[in-house]
Ligand binder design. Sequence first.
Ligand code: HEM
Length: 407
Amino acid sequence: MTRAVPAPWSLSDPPDGFFDDPFPFYRQLREEAPIATAPDGSILLSRHADLSAVYRDAAAFSSDKKVEFAPKYGDTPLFAHHTTSLVFNDDPYHARVRKRLVGALNPRALAVLAEALGPYCGTLLDRFADAGGGDAIENYAAAIPVRVIGDMLGVPEHDRGPLRGWSLAILGALEPQPSPERLALGNTAVGDFSAYLADLIEARHRAPGDPERDLLTRLIAGEGDAALTPAELIHNAIFLLNAGHETTSNLIGSALHILATRADVRRTLIADDAAVTDFVEEVLRFESPNQLGNRRALRGTQIAGVPVAAGTQITLVIGAANRDPAAFDDPETFDPCRTPNRHLAFGAGPHQCAGLTLARIEARIAIAAWLRRFPDFELARPARWQRRVRFRGLSALEIRPASPSNI
Ligand code: HEM
């Protein structure tokens, strides 16, 4: 049976305290109305088993967002962008783009990106140390993914300035109720970013890069069924920046936040390099950078035995599923050594994050490098969480490295 979403639950008008700590609200939802009906007729799911089932059943639950986005965006660049991204499409288009992207993100290409990352983290950490600390989001967590994706797409260094702003503007427009200002910013960003990429792609056509190092060259190369049209290529390249930037910044930022307040966890990771792997998985579970997913029922079907009508919009509350006691022992406790850890931070099924290996590599390298340089550090002031429901991350994290005598 579905139940009405319990008060004060609302994603379009979140209750006080939600952004700082949404987890008590998620718990209430999971316990009181695990299959909840919102006033607009959509359904919210919060149990791990229900999300897993929906993610894996692409025949019954569609990712195609044209119906939902037409009234939200109208005939705008944002509509063209989001409805051409592979993540908001079903097969066969989704499978065609995904095959190409996954081929381009092959292990050799990831190794090349990873190689450059250690020295880059070192440079950022030198600056951070010279400044005596500062905002670790702006100066570390957000800089790393932009660098990696800039390298991946072969964007020249002097052109990278606007990338982060474009990405934030386009993703900001995905919030459940974007303001007219947010929509305007998002549309301008899609237009500017598309124009920039069209020139970059044109330049690659004239002078292809090294296919070992340059993802755009690999995406352009080759003919046949799998080849992408120029618009498909541009919108999916924009999507790669968006998908890989904000989420990974948030993962690294949340990891540093936990480390700043948990000396015991710092000591565990410093004593055993390999422990960083499990730690990163636990941050993904505990502070999932992507808190919500969406699907639409293609036909009349059931979720956990509850009938769901064709056309029903479904919100998958990843942040709630990742703290479901039916799936995780003591789920409200951050356990850096938790294994197994079958979190849904990267989704599941045919749309599961195509960049999950890259995200994990980035976070592991970034955290290990940070701890080598700053084994001891603390918050200079309380961290600030972003005011968004879809993405969870810190807008600022002021950190003060401990003086050498305390280390
Ligand atoms: C911590 C970092 C990341 C998180 C939490 C994350 C999360 C997700 C989630 C939840 C999905 C599934 C969406 C759905 O099924 O509706 C997804 C899809 C995707 N992600 Fe990530 N992601 C991260 C990093 C990255 C990176 C670094 C890249 C690549 C540069 C990337 C590329 C993609 C792509 C291409 C898809 C679409 C896959 C498809 O539709 O088949 N992601 N991501």
